[in-house]
Write a protein that binds this ligand. Structure first.
Ligand SMILES: C[S@@+](CC[C@H](N)C(=O)[O-])C[C@H]1O[C@@H](n2cnc3c(N)ncnc32)[C@H](O)[C@@H]1O
Length: 470
């Protein structure tokens, strides 16, 4: 494809992304399947152009006089981001072949104008109401937080599965596969791969055999803060894809005590109660069990729970997967029973915008309000399952105050029997490095913790910890 044809293709992909709800990555894949003539270099160039535009969308819409169509945004990016002259942009818009048609007078006028006096939210590349929220939360640091969230590409973090391998073993294995893993600074079980070139983690033998999972370091940390120990009854109340379920399952193993599963006994699996026989006898633990422990993953969507099953099998751990009924029904037998309840609440996912910048432009203020109400309802329901003396962990992957501080403020007011647990006291798991303990204690505000790309080089996460009065 010619450079001009790639631009035309990028503009059309951008229009499809705006018209639908699918992730940009999916839309790009579909475009690639439908346009087989495009080679891998073409697809790569088109994807780069698309992401370049999405990450700077606010600025480009502004520069192009409020136009939001793919063509205008691509033209704006050639001028504002790539620094091409009007003549160079015109040359790419000759209308020849499969390239885009010539510039209109309005388009030429827009790219000739200087983009001075951008309002702060435009420069930050975030919707205006989000910037207001950021200013309330981060004060003078708001622009750094916005940039960290929208501009750099996120690395790929892995969690080594303690039930199957040590970090050193996996590092060596990944190096053999041609990758350059580095240890994550705060999660003792984390490894980090650079986003460029994008590693195909699912194709790795270490992934297929369950020695690694993809999990952002921030997500690992919130699992480690839950304080799970062998023998406990642990509830993952909004289990979703099971990322936290797997992390919670692993938490019973001390760092350094990882036990590789010998090839001869693949049916052995590790549960919060210890090592047990494989799936057929898994409900009767036979390992070094002190007391009977359970890990229960709830969700309202059965399909999400079904998707956890293969991940559990691959990791060699087990959990009970239970669909919640309407209004949170089906948990009656668990009321007041759990040592740990983790609520990874549904949220805007704004903490992951560095991975899916297109979502920032799809978010509407009404959706944030809806999430806040849902979170309060879910948190109150989940809290009922915590036994006296047990721990409740509220987590979101949102950067927004309304889903974080505002939600737990309301919870605390209505639930005086849930006492805050300081992050510094909870960050004592062996799975958190000494540097992690120090930094998490600094970042925490008592029992509340915010992690973000700018402050922690993780996705954006919020966690609040409580213990129910005995
Ligand atoms: C943020 S996701 C969980 C992600 C998951 N914990 C992980 O680490 O992969 C939130 C989940 O909450 C579930 N959910 C939505 N409404 C719920 C409700 N009323 N009760 C429990 N779970 C709910 C959604 O189906 C979704 O899977």
């Amino acid at each position: 494809m010619t450079p001009a044809a790639r631009l035309a293709a990028a503009a059309s992909v951008l229009d499809r992304i705006s018209a639908g709800k699918q992730p940009a990555e999916t839309v790009l894949k579909t475009w690639g399947t439908e346009n087989r003539y495009a080679g891998s270099k073409d697809r790569r160039a088109i994807a780069d152009q698309v992401y370049k535009v999405i990450r700077a969308r606010g600025r480009l819409v502004w520069a192009m006089g409020g136009r939001e169509d793919g063509r205008a945004l691509v033209i704006g990016s050639l001028s504002l981001i790539d620094g091409l002259s009007v003549e160079e942009i015109e040359a790419l818009h000759s209308g020849d072949g499969y390239g885009p048609k010539p510039l209109s007078k309005q388009e030429r006028g827009r790219i000739s104008a200087t983009a001075d006096d951008l309002p702060g939210w435009v420069a930050a590349g975030l919707p205006e109401f989000v910037v207001e929220d950021f200013k309330n939360t981060f004060g003078e640091r708001w622009a750094d937080e916005a940039e960290g969230l929208m501009v750099p590409r996120a690395p790929i973090d892995l969690r080594v599965n303690a039930a199957k391998a040590t970090v050193a073993e996996v590092m060596a294995e990944l190096r053999e596969a041609g990758l350059s893993p580095e240890r994550t600074p705060w999660s003792a079980w984390g490894l980090r791969l650079s986003a460029e070139p994008p590693p195909n983690v699912q194709a790795l033998e270490a992934f297929k055999a369950g020695r690694i999972e993809i999990q952002d370091e921030g997500s690992q940390i919130v699992c480690w803060l839950a304080g799970v120990r062998p023998g406990m009854t642990v509830v993952d109340y909004c289990a979703g894809g099971g990322g936290k379920t797997l992390g919670l399952a692993m938490q019973g193993l001390a760092v350094g005590a990882a036990r590789a599963v010998p090839a001869a006994e693949p049916e052995r699996i590790w549960t919060p109660t210890g090592w047990v026989d494989g799936p057929k006898t898994a409900s009767k633990p036979s390992g070094p069990v002190e007391s009977e422990g359970r890990l229960i993953a709830y969700d309202v969507v059965q399909k999400r729970l079904d998707n956890i099953r293969p991940r559990l099998q691959r990791a060699g751990v087990m959990a009970e997967l239970i669909q919640l009924g309407p209004n949170g029904g089906g948990v009656e037998d668990m009321v007041g029973q759990a040592d740990v309840v983790l609520v990874d609440a549904p949220c805007t996912g704004s903490g992951t915008w560095r991975r899916r910048p297109e979502d920032a432009w799809r978010l509407k203020p009404e959706e944030v309000d809806r999430m806040h109400s849902l979170q309060m309802c879910i948190l109150a329901r989940a809290a009922k399952l915590v036994k006296p003396g047990g721990r409740l962990v509220y987590v979101t992957c949102s950067m927004l105050r309304s889903e974080n501080e505002a939600t737990v403020d309301a919870f605390e007011e209505d639930h005086p029997t849930f006492r805050p647990v300081a992050i510094a006291d909870a960050a004592v798991s062996d799975a958190i490095t000494p540097a992690g303990h120090t930094r998490l204690s600094e970042l925490a505000q008592g029992h509340r913790l915010r992690l973000s790309p700018a402050s922690a080089n993780t996705d954006g996460f919020f966690a609040a910890l409580y213990e129910r009065d005995a």
